[in-house]
Ligand binder design. Structure first.
Ligand code: BG6
Length: 508
């Protein structure tokens, strides 16, 4: 078939019949908002293994009806579509609930009994289990250990999915990884960074390596600077307690944005196999030295536009200096990228919801042109996936003037019939098939923490006084210092008066 990537086809990744999926933390937010809706999405579209069963597990005591209500509360069916309602009922029928502790054998033996009972209805010999830990880090290791000890299938494949945070710095991450490794092999372990399941992030490999035109400009000779931006229009409402312990860098930069950076900058892998891809990601990350304090800008939102400031949140310590905005510039010391600044920036309570990569090219040689806009390649990760290239065109008509325009691949317009899967759907399906390509390998995590740990320790006050973030108003573009920060690295806000999309997106 034209366009099929051969090495992707040859991998032996397939769904296994007789699989039970066990979701720990089943009464929590993550499971409710992400895990169960994703499992449902896969079920609805026929992507789960035949005869799959789902077991929710948590400490909360509740009956099955209450569990079903919670587990399906975030499934979208606004117009009560009959077909979807029917699927939701079927989904409930294949899901059961067990309550129990996270740290005692008896609870896990009880869970084992429940799973064995379900499996007794399966035909054939094989019994496969996928353990999904939607849990806080405090119980992560005991649950992993107990699953291995009490609930490990001896007649099939066992896999475990774990969620961030994977530690708080290099040392704690190493401790966590080695504690997990005592029970689960790397092959059995799937560390989720849900950004790797996003459509546009997955598109990066194809966009870069299946297009000669793109590849030709993808280096220090053409690129002036790159920004990877994450913006959320809401604060930490309700999550202040968790957030204050971690801060913006640990929450988004060190994982989601660094993952995007590594795929954006890595060399072409030998094949599309998980290890070849991840080898290249690790290689480029190893060429990045720890971030300098002088390459950092930290901010914290304050009350504005009728919205509360970060410190007004009751769950946040009143004198917290935790950054809710962070911009850091990374440098890659390899022949392709030497000297190109990569600005990773992320903030809560900003003016819009947007995640994008903006690659700004160098100025065209002056002479026949003066004050002409730079080319920019923008990959809009969300919302509304798009790739657009800002390029100068002669103004149509009887005079010659260069005008900034764009080549625009907006997914909603180009792929009108295609439903873009949720990141969690894509990743759970990969884990069920045993494909590690879009999961984080242990050495990747190690090197990611090496890059960020020194500034995190500085922010935590481990090397003296804690730096004070600069304030920015809720609902603004971020700290007022941001423009000067980006300009320091050569970013030029060009094309006065030009704003993409040029057409009305709301109409799409
Ligand atoms: C999570 C962070 O990992 O990613 C959250 O902990 C953040 O703070 C979220 O809101 C963003 O995910 P998405 O898919 O909405 O971009």
């Amino acid at each position: 078939m034209a366009g099929v990537i051969p090495s992707m086809q040859s991998e032996n990744h397939e769904l296994k019949d007789n699989t039970v999926i066990i979701v720990f933390g089943a009464s929590g937010d993550l499971a409710k908002k992400k895990t169960f809706p994703a499992l449902f999405g896969l079920y609805r579209d026929g992507f789960l293994p035949r005869d799959v069963k789902i077991v929710g597990y948590a400490r909360t005591k509740m009956d099955e009806a209450e569990f079903h209500k919670r587990a399906t509360s975030y499934i979208k069916n606004a117009d009560n579509n009959e077909e979807i309602s029917k699927k939701i009922d079927e989904f409930k029928k294949l899901s059961t609930y067990v309550s129990g502790g996270y740290e005692d054998d008896a609870s896990f033996q009880n869970l084992e009994k429940h799973i064995a009972q379900i499996e007794s209805g399966y035909e054939g010999e094989e019994r496969h289990r996928l353990f999904y830990l939607a849990l806080p880090p405090s119980v992560f290791i005991p649950v992993a250990a107990h699953c291995k000890k009490n609930c490990y299938s001896k007649k099939g494949i066992n896999r475990i999915i774990v969620e961030k945070p994977f530690g708080k710095d290099l040392e704690s991450c190493r401790e966590l990884l080695s504690a997990l490794k005592e029970h689960w092999t790397e092959d059995e372990t799937f560390r989720i960074d849900h950004y790797l399941g996003k459509e546009m992030v997955k598109n990066l490999l194809v966009l870069r390596f299946a297009n000669v035109a793109m590849g030709a400009a993808w280096d220090k000779n053409s690129v002036s600077n790159v920004q990877i931006t994450f913006k959320e229009p809401f604060g930490t409402e309700g999550r202040g307690g968790y957030f204050d312990e971690f801060g913006m860098i640990r929450d988004v930069l060190q994982n989601h944005l660094l993952q995007v950076l590594s795929i954006l900058t890595m060399e072409r892998p030998v094949s599309f196999s998980a290890e070849d891809i991840r080898d290249e990601k690790v290689k480029v990350l190893r060429a990045i030295p720890p971030i300098e304090r002088s390459d950092t800008l930290l901010g914290q939102y304050v009350a504005a536009n009728g919205k509360p400031g970060y410190l007004d949140d009751d769950t946040v310590p009143h004198n917290s200096v935790c950054p809710t905005f962070a911009a850091t510039t990374l440098w890659i010391h390899n022949p392709r990228w030497e000297g190109v600044p990569f600005i990773l920036k992320a903030g809560k309570a900003l003016n819009e919801a947007k995640v994008e990569v903006r690659m700004q090219f160098k100025d065209v040689t002056q002479g026949i042109f003066k004050d002409i806009s730079r080319n920019e390649l923008v990959l809009r990760i969300q919302p509304s996936e798009a790739v657009y290239l800002k390029l100068n065109t002669k103004t149509p008509g009887l005079y010659t003037r260069a005008l900034p325009t764009e080549m625009d691949l907006t997914y909603k317009r180009r792929f009108t019939e295609t439903k873009i899967p949720e990141a969690y759907e894509a990743l759970i399906l990969d884990a069920l098939k045993g494909d590690h390509s879009n999961f984080v390998r242990d050495d990747e995590l190690d090197v990611a923490w090496k890059i960020f740990t020194p500034i995190l320790h500085w922010i935590d006050g481990k090397s003296g006084q804690r730096p004070k973030p600069v304030p920015y108003p809720y609902g603004s573009r971020g700290p007022k210092e941001l423009d000067a920060f980006a300009a320091k690295y050569g970013y030029k806000r060009s094309s006065e008066g030009y704003s993409w999309p040029v057409t009305n997106m709301a109409a799409l």
